[in-house]
Design a protein around this ligand. Structure first.
Ligand code: SIN
Length: 531
């Protein structure tokens, strides 16, 4: 089956939905493809909120300074400045869509504080900001006739002019569409469009323990890389310091906003240890807090540390953090009386598909917005709650660029060939997928975690290469299905993380490597690109 649109957006989180609304408002036909249900996105899980300068006591320079400090020398200053400045206008649009940020008794925004922020500047909807944003955007999208939202459609690969061998004279490549598996029918469909925007989120699932939902398998990053698009800074994987300790692989996030309201990290001896690591103590940037927790756990052999907010009244905690309170209660912890057992877990992919300030990638017609992209905002470590801000600003800027690009194109659409299934048949060895899925994520957790060494990275590289070869063979021999496609993408992303980590001969931000403990004098971005 063939489909044709002005633009296809892959992913239905804050970036994808915002972009779709803006393109439709300009009269363009848009398809949003999402591999699961429409609300299955990382956005939905964002608890803390959206960082934006709104208070009289705050200013853009201060937000800029905090972002640069967290980014540890690798942020692109012009991009940070622009994103921070555009924030208030985008927040107004969210409010116009019906989003109601939490307010104090005077009717002013109830601004939260998180690690690395010198001011209270986090707009939030209690501890369920992402869900509130997602709900508001989905409501708006469902009322928009020019947007078709298709669920359970798994994009396999991008179609480019060069791949089809009919690039325009001069050899310039450009995007023509994509192939996608309809997971409900098992059919592979061809989607043609002069514009494809990746809004697929990050890749937390590449690690055994993660705060991310199951969908976070790095699909957009892997696809873009396979299409020859530049990917950068993949070594900067942010480990959130505080997820609820459990033996489950999927770990429930305990928002940094809890520390913003005064929670203190304690080791098992009861010591508040963070002042030993940083002058901002429990509100130090995330890389520092995660490493401190890791060091305390390694020193004592304990499986977790404690987060202590028992000085706050129960009623206040239940009102401000209803979702977190309930999650703690499911393991028998009442945060007003008991310390919460917490551990770090993989949380955010700071690197990704390289884009400029208009969300354009190195491939004409291909755009990337949100966690999948690397704009230069986060540098070596993302400042808390800057990601939702980046997503709305970049969706806005990307939409303007896409509209300009569409206006330059001729009317004659390109005919795309069908997917060729070859003699692929159903697999009778699903265990290969589940085994490799597990092995890959354990390898990343054990060898490419919070503290790295060259030897461990090389070990990981060897193991991942073996897995990649096996998965590649499997991909070509058997009929594709979502779990296999995700594993193929995760393995690709794992290779990119290790490759970037091996390229960086210094410790900076989220990349801490014992062989190179100091900063390099002239840091640069690490970049990988398939030729
Ligand atoms: C949190 O609430 O701690 C997570 C927010 C973020 O990752 O920016």
């Amino acid at each position: 089956m063939h489909h044709r649109y002005d633009a296809i957006i892959v992913g239905s989180g804050i970036a994808g939905l915002s972009l779709a609304l803006k393109l439709a408002a300009a009269g363009r036909r848009v398809a949003i493809l999402t591999k699961k249900n429409r609300a299955d996105s990382n956005t939905n899980y964002a608890q803390g909120g959206i960082a934006c300068v709104t208070a009289n006591t705050d200013d853009f320079d201060s937000h800029l300074k905090d972002t640069l400090e967290a980014g540890d020398g690798l942020c692109r200053v012009d991009i940070v400045r622009e994103i921070v400045r555009e924030g208030p206008a985008r927040i107004r649009e969210l409010i116009e869509l019906g989003l109601k940020f939490s307010q104090d008794e005077s009717g002013a925004f109830d601004l939260g504080r998180e690690g690395g922020h010198s001011q209270r500047r986090i707009l939030h909807v209690k501890d369920m900001t992402g869900k509130a944003i997602e709900d508001a955007l989905l409501r708006a999208v469902s009322a928009e006739k020019l947007v078709a939202l298709r669920e359970h459609v798994f994009v396999i690969d991008l179609i480019t002019a060069r791949k089809l061998g009919f690039g325009p004279a001069g050899g310039n490549d450009r995007i023509l569409g994509l192939y996608a598996l309809d997971a409900l029918t098992g059919k592979i469909e061809t989607w043609a469009a002069p514009v494809v925007a990746l809004a697929t989120g990050g890749a937390g699932q590449v690690y055994f323990y993660t705060s991310n939902p199951d969908i976070a398998t790095g699909d957009g990053i892997a696809m873009a890389y396979r299409a020859g698009v530049a990917v950068e800074n993949m070594e900067f994987i942010q480990f959130h310091p505080t997820t609820l300790y459990s033996l489950e692989q999927k770990r429930f996030l305990i928002s940094e906003a809890v520390r913003g309201e005064g929670a203190i990290l304690r080791n098992l001896a009861g010591e508040a240890f963070m002042p030993r690591y940083h002058h901002l103590a429990d509100l130090a940037p995330r890389d520092i807090v995660a490493r401190a927790i890791d060091a305390e756990m390694k020193k004592s052999g304990a499986p977790h540390v404690w987060l202590d907010i028992t000085h706050k009244p129960e009623a206040e905690l239940r009102t401000r953090f209803p979702v977190i309170f309930e999650a703690c209660e499911t393991i028998g912890v009442n945060p007003a009386r008991d310390r919460i057992p917490v551990v770090p877990a993989a949380h955010y992919t700071c690197g990704g598909v390289v884009t400029n300030l208009d969300a354009e990638t190195s491939l004409p017609g291909l755009y990337a917005c949100g966690e999948v992209a690397s704009t230069g905002l986060h540098g070596a470590n993302r400042l808390a709650s800057n990601s939702l801000l980046e997503a709305v600003v970049m969706a806005h800027r990307g939409s303007a660029s896409i509209l300009r690009y569409l206006d330059t194109l001729g009317a004659r659409p390109v005919e795309l060939p069908d997917w060729i299934p070859g003699d692929a048949h159903d697999s009778d060895e699903q265990v290969v997928i589940s085994h490799n899925w597990d092995e890959l994520r354990r390898t990343m957790w054990d060898y490419v975690g919070i503290v790295r060494t060259t030897k461990r990275l090389e070990r990981a590289r060897t193991r991942i290469a073996t897995l990649a070869k096996e998965i590649h063979e499997y991909y070509w021999n058997f009929r594709v299905e979502p779990r296999l496609l995700e594993l193929r993408n995760l393995t690709q992303v794992a290779e990119l993380i290790v490759e970037c980590a091996l390229q960086r001969h210094e410790s900076r931000g989220l990349h801490y490597i014992l062989d190179y403990p100091g900063h390099a004098a002239h840091p640069t971005d690490t970049q990988v690109r398939r030729r």
